[in-house]
Ligand binder design. Structure first.
Ligand SMILES: Nc1ncnc2c1ncn2[C@@H]1O[C@H](COP(=O)(O)OP(=O)(O)OP(=O)(O)O)[C@@H](O)[C@H]1O
Ligand SMILES: [Mg+2]
Length: 161
């Protein structure tokens, strides 16, 4: 089922009125990040928009690999940095987008972001905070390094209702 197009117009309002629930995780390894993500993916549904935020190398792509495996996708998921979007077919379609090299909102429009946001799959966007007004996310995930721990990451999953 396609996501409601109304979401696009109600987005600014919903951000003012929204309720959210946050879950905190501490991952000690890339494998653990993938497991956290695969468990999280079980609750995903068509039309969900997941905004990923965190510094270079903080584990966003690693998390998307876990989402893919949770959705039953067998293809290898890599960073779509050079092609903007990776499309995968699983239990529901997964659209993996990376804003890292996007320079303007115009570029997003030309690339056809809406086609994915209001399509039939789950859209997961790395560096979503670069153009957050263009992303009506209902799930925000923040990745943080843990001081002095090379392979630990704090992951906060915030679901908006
Ligand atoms: N607990 C952890 N969770 C995720 N990745 C980890 C963890 N510990 C170490 N790593 C390593 O950190 C790196 C994370 O890379 P990844 O490509 O997932 O980050 P990213 O946030 O997508 O980076 P970019 O901003 O460049 O897209 C990988 O090399 C991974 O092996
Ligand atoms: Mg990445």
């Amino acid at each position: 089922m396609a996501a409601s197009p109304w979401k696009k117009y109600l987005f600014p309002l919903s951000h003012l009125l929204r309720n959210s629930v946050s879950e905190n995780f501490l991952s000690h390894s890339p494998e653990e990040t993938r497991t956290i993500a695969a468990d999280f993916a079980v609750s995903l549904k068509s039309g969900d928009i997941v905004a990923l935020q965190g510094n270079l190398g903080s584990g966003k792509t690693t998390f998307v690999q876990g989402i893919a495996s949770g959705l039953g996708i067998v293809d290898v998921v890599n960073s779509p940095t050079f092609k903007i979007v990776g499309e995968y077919l699983g239990k529901i379609p997964l659209y993996h987008i990376d804003f890292y090299r996007i320079e303007s909102v115009n570029e997003l429009i030309q690339f056809g972001l809406d086609h994915y946001l209001y399509g039939d799959g789950v859209t997961v966007i790395e560096w979503a905070d670069r153009f957050k007004d263009s992303v009506p996310s209902n799930i925000d995930i923040i990745f943080k390094f843990v001081d002095g721990m090379r392979t630990s990451r704090k992951i906060v999953i915030k679901t908006i209702y």
